[in-house]
Ligand binder design. Structure first.
Ligand SMILES: Nc1ncnc2c1ncn2[C@@H]1O[C@H](COP(=O)(O)OP(=O)(O)O)[C@@H](O)[C@H]1O
Ligand SMILES: [Mg+2]
Ligand SMILES: [Zn+2]
Length: 454
């Protein structure tokens, strides 16, 4: 029986099979993997210890994709997402090409002998081969490859080296990025480590947003973070899009006065004095908007079908990651569907905030569930609850509090989990926030990171 070489056992995602994806009636409702069932790769993947089923899978892949084993030696399966399987492989033709993508090589050259005196190294060079499921639509595959190509000069986006097609199978080749499975460290990350994690994540988001691209699926498994180098790269642009694609006017882009006028003259406002009622034969077309993403990480405006979503949806998702780290709960939100997800956010922020947020996008939010309070709970309180500090201190008899560093992290968190996308902090602003700038004061590892011109 072959041993498993991976720390955490990866599981195929059961959420939605590719068949289900095709069957989704709403073309924009693509759901990426369940964060609980997805996992990334732990730092050390030994070459000689792979599971039997993985070895069989690799063999099948090599047999079906003609010529792949001439260029790459497949070593292990390192990721299994909703839309692809990712393998670690050795690039057998590395020396035949210029390899500008190879950051490791560039780094090691800095310390090597001058050109001319340099010997060709025979050390293996690793790549990640992303086998995109054949059920993915050609448009979708093209979109991912095109956006990756556009982002090729960003240091914090895993660049596309090349791509191949054999019959209906497409593979993308990326540099292999050493990283650790989020589930191995989210419980113990210290606040200074969080500062550096988010400095790296926001540096990456800034470079993507600068190009007016929304990633749309920000979550731990799509940010490959190397905890030793304290540097991460963004992967998985399968759901990404250019800002403005399919935009239709949404009330959130009106001035507050215009919006107030519209709201007060709406049918809903005129029926406010009557108990909740709905038109019998509602002939209005249903509202459609891109809702692609991962459950638990979708911003309120995505859930509310805002028709002018912008890059700030990624900032909300980054906020969910910070909330996960501070509360030590993963996944923090775990909803069955979008309505459930809206209710989870209501449990935190209260009915009043959700009503305002819905109206912002011309929607009405109503709930008759009595347990939701009008004003919700503070994030401080939520974090104390989640970390079992909601009791009084046994010695002093005083209520337990967050420490000063945690309080500062929560101030930053409020800026990320801001329900109004126009008020939410941008990636560029986040890099100037004291929570992040203190990462530079902490010192460690800074020489590796270029300061972003924020
Ligand atoms: N360049 C890479 N280096 C190392 N591991 C990778 C790389 N790209 C992807 N992976 C692993 O494969 C997983 C799935 O890849 P991803 O691009 O997110 O595909 P999907 O669209 O199927 O979610 C990632 O979560 C990660 O664990
Ligand atoms: Mg992914
Ligand atoms: Zn809107």
């Amino acid at each position: 029986m072959a041993k498993s070489s991976l720390h955490a056992q990866r599981q195929a995602e059961q959420l939605e099979s590719p068949e289900d994806e095709l069957a989704i009636p709403e073309p924009f409702g693509e759901e990426s993997g369940d964060p609980l069932e997805e996992s990334g790769c732990t730092m050390d993947t030994s070459e000689d210890e792979i599971e039997e089923s993985v070895a069989e899978d690799i063999q099948r892949f090599e047999e079906s994709f003609e010529g792949i084993n001439k260029r790459y030696r497949l070593i292990n399966r390192v990721g299994e997402g909703t839309f692809s399987t990712v393998y670690k492989a050795e690039d057998l033709e590395y020396n035949k090409y210029e390899n500008r993508w190879d950051i490791d090589e560039r780094e090691s050259r800095k310390w090597a002998s001058p050109p001319g005196h340099r010997k060709k190294t025979n050390r293996p060079h690793y790549v990640a081969i992303k086998k995109i499921y054949v059920t993915s639509s050609p448009m979708r595959i093209f979109n991912e490859l095109e956006l990756l190509h556009d982002l090729k000069n960003s240091n914090s986006v895993c660049p596309l080296i090349t791509a191949f097609r054999h019959l209906d199978q497409v593979v993308a080749v990326l540099p292999y990025c050493q990283h650790r499975d989020f589930r191995d460290y989210y419980r113990d990350m210290t606040i200074p480590e969080m500062r550096r994690y988010f400095r790296s994540l926001f540096t990456a988001l800034h470079s993507v947003h600068e190009k007016k691209i929304l990633h749309r699926d920000i979550k731990p498994t799509n940010f490959l973070y190397n905890t030793e180098l304290e540097r991460g790269v963004l992967v998985d642009f399968g759901l990404a899009e250019r800002e403005g694609t399919d935009w239709h006017p949404c009330a959130c882009t009106l001035t507050p006065e215009e919006r107030r006028y519209r709201t007060t003259h709406s049918v809903w406002a005129q029926t406010q004095d009557r108990p909740s009622c709905y038109p019998k034969n509602d002939t209005r077309p249903s509202r459609r908007a891109n809702r692609a993403g991962t459950r638990g990480f979708r911003a309120p405006e995505v859930l509310l079908k805002c028709t002018q979503q912008n890059t700030s949806i990624d900032i909300w998702s980054a906020g969910v990651i910070l909330l996960t780290l501070l509360s030590r709960r993963f996944p923090f939100f775990h909803s069955a569907d979008d309505i459930d997800a809206l209710l989870e956010i209501t449990a935190l922020f209260g009915r009043k905030k959700m009503k305002e947020t819905a109206l912002l996008h011309g929607q009405v939010f109503e709930t008759n569930i009595p347990s939701y309070t009008e004003n919700g709970h503070s994030l401080e309180k939520i974090i104390l609850w989640c970390t079992n500090r909601n009791t009084k201190d046994e010695v002093t008899g005083l209520k337990k509090e967050l420490d000063d560093e945690e309080k500062e992290a929560v101030q930053f968190l409020y800026r990320l989990l801001e329900c109004d996308p126009a008020k939410r902090i941008t990636a560029e602003e986040a890099l100037r926030h004291p929570f992040i700038t203190k990462a530079y004061e902490d010192g460690e590892g800074d020489e590796d990171l270029e300061l972003v011109d924020a």
